[in-house]
Design a binder for this molecule. Sequence first.
Ligand code: IVH
Length: 696
Amino acid sequence: MSPKKKNQFPPVAGLNVLEAGAEAAQLRREIKRHDILYHQKDAPEISDAAYDALRKRLENIETAFPALATQDSPTHKVGAKPAREFAKVKHAVPMLSLANAFSAEDVDDFVARVRKFLRLSDDEKLEILAEPKIDGLSCSLRYENGVFTQAATRGDGEEGEDVTANVKTIKSIPQKLPKGVPEILEVRGEIYMTRADFEKLNKEQAKNEDKVFANPRNAAAGSLRQLDPNITAERPLKFFGYALGEISSPIAETQEGIRKKLTQWGFDVPEPEALLDTPEKIVSFHAKTYEARPKIKYDLDGVVYKLNDLEYQRRLGFISRSPRWAVAHKFPAEQAETILRKITVQVGRTGTLTPVAELEPINVGGVMVSRATLHNEDELQRKDVREGDYVIIQRAGDVIPQVVKSLAEKRTRGSKPFVFPDHCPECGSLAVREEGEVARRCTGGLVCPAQAVERLKHFASRSAFDIEGLGDKIIQSFWEEKMIRTPADIFRLEKYAADLKEREGWGELSVKNLLDAIEQRRTISLDRFIYALGIRQVGQATAKKLAQRYGSIDHLLDQMKQCENRESEAFQALLEIDDVGPSVAEDLVDFFSERRNRKAVNDLQRELTIEDYVAAKTRASAVTGKTVVFTGKLVTMGREEAKAQAESLGAKVAGGVSKNTDYVVAGEDAGSKLKKAAELGVKVLSEEEWQALVKA
Ligand code: IVH
């Protein structure tokens, strides 16, 4: 049925009860169908106005003929009109993730690193608060003057989605806090679903032929990210508080103190909890929590250790995307046995050939798994995994499942070892392994369709350009249809608008939404832009360092050009950037010296506004803008703390001394760098002189 225009409905007063009953039933079916198209398939067929007109007509009929109103009528759903998409929220304090530890040794290393950073002597105690790591999704709740005002998802850590209306429906989250809480208070924690609630929900979903979720985490995420808060309200979501975001005044001196305050204010906090101060206690807490898992009502994927002292936390600060003062100790992975049907070889964004096991689907710890990674050629050969073998696979948290081993004893006669291809399965170019590398790589570069497509997927992905609606499958099909071949083509997609509307499952609105989402990303920060290019070995942290050092895209391109001469000052300066060793430097220069890559970047510059790098909040000081090198053993603080302190004051910290260096801070037993400073006439400071300078 094509939607009727508002004024095309005959007056309700002219209907008899039979006519009204038939029309109401028809309208309910119609509205329900549009709800599904809109909320579950993301493929609406009619405009908001036409949809509203249908609802209004149904309401009018139900008001005129109250006997016709049914319990499940869509008119009974109250609340805000669903939004097209969630608004974005910039986090006042970034929402970080946690570094992982997989063994007791990893945890020992964490404790040792912390002690070294803080320069703690062996007899100084270090208290650690341990609590379970909840397998849900993180959320930041903002309270102003004690009243709940906003909830945001983590998103990329800097910017999340506004899910306030949905979070308002979660009963275990207090809407109002007692008197005396800070004027501004952000409580961070995890939204989750218990296993029992998840199973109940799935049964219900299956009965209604709605989407069935793979695990409680996915069910919680799917329930929270509903555009219609009425749907969220029907889902059994819960919340645990475990950290703070922005606060206008401190509420405690310890992590334990934060937990106490949160509990007093009506929040649930993760249990069991313990304060631990020896490696033995840590190991035993982890083991006990792991054993208790079946009895705990919700999924845990490990234990989190946080330094209890908030002053220590402040000093330790953050590295890239996670705090130095906390670590997640993961639980051992779940394993299962299944048959490996076939080995396929995938080609990644930078040409790496990865063998993938196509499996007889199997449930591993609550998640159906049908593919697992075999890592690389050497691993595959070492494990002698063959097509048709029985294999053990394992899955840990959100990590890609992997093949642990093959059960050779169950092998049928006639099976043959897998022969790894020496040509790219996608483009036929030679695939080579450079000396010292584990990966075999396709040499086809951008000629290779697989690499081109993978690069485009990376470009549009969440941490890069974050183009909503331009997911992997859509990129794949746009590429096959030649609509998108290079990143800049994304920003020229509008010329295909008419064709897009004709695609199966697409309508005017979905095309508009996609084009709007693309339009919103025409302005991008320099660090995201660099990351989006997908240069080998250049992740988010390195991209940020590069943006920080070069400031603007033009300066970056100019310096990369100069770097083609490896003897140049520009190349030396590149090597001085923290995180950039010779191998990363080579990959960067190679990337920018490739003609097609330069063209892709130039094309993008025409389509985009690439914002100059804005330095993170730093305090102006005598060392702002100066380049500093630390050498030798420092006494008052660890090397990492010194570096973090210098950067927070706006200084650049370099690894090597050159004539661009402003200060060399020399601790005990400083060696060759001190000599080089003397040769170049660079000013050398003692640790005390440095401290005096930064405090000035
Ligand atoms: S503390 C600065 N405590 O795990 C980050 N996180 O893998 C402070 N998570 O993004 C996080 N349970 O969403 C903390 N008890 C817990 C947690 C927890 C789950 C999540 C959190 C974080 C992710 C990192």
